[in-house]
Each structure stands twice: as C-alpha cells, then as structure tokens.
Design a protein around this ligand. Structure first.
Ligand code: ADP
Ligand code: MG
Length: 371
C-alpha cells in the first residue's frame, strides 16, 4: 500500500503539532519517521492509522482518499511500546484471537475465517516467529522478546495492509532492542508489507529504514535514504541530529578575497570553497565537518591545496573499545574528533587536524545548507 498525505495539518488548541505535511511512503517500503520528542511523530502516525483526524489536509491509501475512514475500517496494524497480550490466553489463542475477532465490512479486506483456516494460519505464524515450542504457554511464562514476537505475530496473522510502529522498542534493554530490530527488518523482507516505524533514535532509524522522513517542530526537514541524510544534510538541524556524533561547526567570515575562521585566527579556506562561496555571495556562515572525517596531520606529508590544517589542543579523551573520542579546543570552539589511533593523548596535548575539502559543508547564517 502506498501512503500519501497532502497538506496535512493538526492543531491542538493553539499548538500546531503538524504543519503542511506532504509525503509519500512507497508501497512495500520500510519507512522511518524520525524526529526529536514533541516533533509530531505520534500525531502523524495516529492520523495515518485513522485514530486521529487532521485539522486540515488529506490522507491517501493508494489513490483512495481515506481521510474520513475510521481506524477499524483501514485494516492497519499498530504496534506500540506496550502491547499487552491477553494474560489468560495461550500463545496460540492470542494469535488466533485476532482472526476470530476480525469483523466484516473492512475497506481493504473482507473475509471470514473457518476454524481450520485459523489453525493453519496460527501454525504458519508460530513457525515464522519461531514460537512453536511456546504454543501452549501463557504470556507470563515467556521472555520479553518472546512476548513481543507474539504481539507482532498477532498483527502479522491478520495480513494488514500497513504496519505502523510507534517506538515499540524504546523501553527494552539494548541487547534485546538490537535483536528485535534485526528481526523486524527480517520480517519486512518476508511479508513485504509497507511498514512505517516511528523513533526518536537516529541510530535506529539509520539501521532500519530504506527511507527516512525527518520531522522537526511539526514540519518535514528532510526525506531520503539514510545515506542522503548523513552525507547530504539540507540544513544544520539535520547535520546535528543524524550521526553518532553531531557535526562540528566553525564560524567563518569572508571579506574581499580572504576568508577566516573565527575572529582572530585566519585560516585560508581552499580555493575551491572560496570560489563556491563567491558564487553564492555569503559573507558569513559556518563550515561543518564530521568527527569521523577528521584526520591527524602527518608531518611527513605535504598539505595540498584541498586540505585545511587546524591547530587544536586536547581537552578530553575517551576510549571506547578500539576508538578514541577526543574533545578538542580551537580558539575557544569545541570540536569532536573520532580516531582509531593507538596513540595516547593527554589533556593540553597540541594536536593539528586535517580536513579535506570534500568533507566540508557550508551553512548560511539561517542554518540552511549552501553547499
Ligand atoms: P512526538 O511523538 O514526536 O513526541 P507528538 O505527536 O506526541 O510528538 O506531539 C507533538 C506536539 O503536539 C507536542 O508539542 C505535544 O505536546 C502536542 N500534543 C500532542 N498531543 C496533544 C493533545 N492531545 N493536546 C494538546 N497537545 C498535544
Ligand atoms: Mg511519540
């Protein structure tokens, strides 16, 4: 099922929770709606589900305008953070129940199941979810991961046209979260149904989605593949939000033919960048670069015209397994540098870093990407 919204707006009292959302979720995709807390993700998902009506705008499933169709007629599956199973029913009964309770008159599916249909589907689902050994157990006899598999299985068995997940893994521990994530991805590969997954966790979004819709303050900031968002952020917010470390930024001013980083330390930017900047005529803004793209200056190599050297000092260092995360100071500005070097750095250690022009991003004063 392809999902589209046109000029979708939701206002609660005076609060504009969603502002003019136009999006397309391709049929069969795994699409992630990502954004900080309060950005409107749940509101958007609930409107797609039909649990909430928009103040303005339309929702389409394929080419059908379903804006006014209630949730129980949309044949969608919703998976939330807490999805209680029926405690007095076994795994098998929990799975079968969703078919037995399926009503007629559904917009996208109309079918009544016989008891043997139900049994066949329950067996298939138990196998798919690796729950065969647990069929006669009650939810309280299962681990957290198993319970979650039953809960998702209960939705899968109904063959919904779309799966909507609202931060289903945010309350569980890291190891299980990883396991369930891999598992949901695998499930998508098997059922091939459109899945829309809401999260505030950018790492989760990057690892799960083919397609990410990034929301901020009720508006779409960027849509694209994980690579698009990481390599090609269209504004500073995206560059800060996506990535294990927020992008580093340094202010620059350009006047006549010179460009400088910070007020009293002049660093000439590579010609290629000066040329680009003169084309778009920005007098000041910020250059951005990722912590992972920084290299240490190698004294045995000459610096070419596409590189910039910045002399910093180490403020803090943290070792995470084979990586070191260094906090650097450059003239009062803080930079983060991630490296795999085995060298030890002490606080106050002078460190010259190397940036390549290919890894630089330029942002204007109003936080838009210039190039
Ligand atoms: P998210 O899921 O991204 O955290 P929500 O969609 O829950 O964001 O909320 C978006 C904004 O709308 C928030 O500022 C929230 O406080 C507000 N909001 C959500 N639901 C209501 C409501 N029922 N009444 C008033 N404001 C609401
Ligand atoms: Mg939410």
């Amino acid at each position: 099922m392809k999902i589209e919204t046109k000029n979708l707006t939701k206002i609660y009292g005076k609060k504009i929770a969603l502002n003019d959302i136009n999006l397309t979720i391709p049929d069969g995709s795994f699409t992630v709606i990502l954004g900080p807390s309060g950005s409107g993700k749940t509101t958007l998902l609930r409107i797609l589900a039909g649990l909430l009506y928009p103040s303005d705008g339309k929702v389409f499933f394929n080419e059908n305008n379903i804006t006014d169709i209630p949730a129980n007629k949309r044949n969608i599956a919703m998976v939330f953070q807490n999805f209680p199973l029926f405690p007095h029913m076994t795994v098998e009964e929990n799975l079968g129940f969703s078919l037995e309770s399926q009503k007629e008159g559904n917009l996208f599916r109309r079918r009544i199941f016989t008891p043997s249909d139900v049994q066949t589907k329950v067996d298939e689902t138990l196998e798919l979810f690796k729950l065969e050994d647990h069929r006669n157990k009650y939810p309280s006899q299962l681990s957290g991961g198993e319970q979650q598999r039953v809960a998702i299985g209960r939705e899968v068995i109904r063959k919904p046209v779309v799966f909507l997940f609202d931060e289903p893994l945010s309350n569980i521990d890291a190891r299980l979260r990883y396991e369930m994530r891999t598992w949901i991805r695998k499930l998508h590969g098997i059922v091939k149904t459109t899945m829309v997954y809401v999260t505030h966790d950018q790492a989760e979004a990057l690892s799960l989605g083919d397609n990410i819709i990034l929301l901020n303050e009720g508006e779409i900031t960027q849509m694209g593949s994980p690579e698009d968002l990481y390599d090609n952020p269209n504004q500073k917010f995206v560059a800060q939000f996506i990535g294990n470390y927020p992008m580093n930024f340094l202010q620059f001013k350009s006047s006549k033919n010179t460009l400088s980083l910070t007020l009293d330390k002049e660093i000439t930017l590579p010609k290629k960048i000066q040329k680009e900047l003169s084309k778009i005529e920005i007098a000041e803004g910020e250059i951005g670069f990722r912590a992972e793209s920084i290299r240490e200056v190698d004294p045995d190599k000459t610096i070419d015209e596409n590189q910039i050297v910045i002399d910093c000092s180490v403020v803090d260092s943290e070792k995470i397994l084979d990586q070191q995360v260094l906090t650097l100071d450059f003239n009062g500005e803080t930079l983060i540098f991630v490296t795999k070097t085995k060298k030890k750095f002490t606080v106050g250690h002078k460190l010259s870093i190397l940036l390549h022009v290919e890894n630089l991003y330029i942002f204007t004063r109003d936080n838009k990407r210039a190039f």
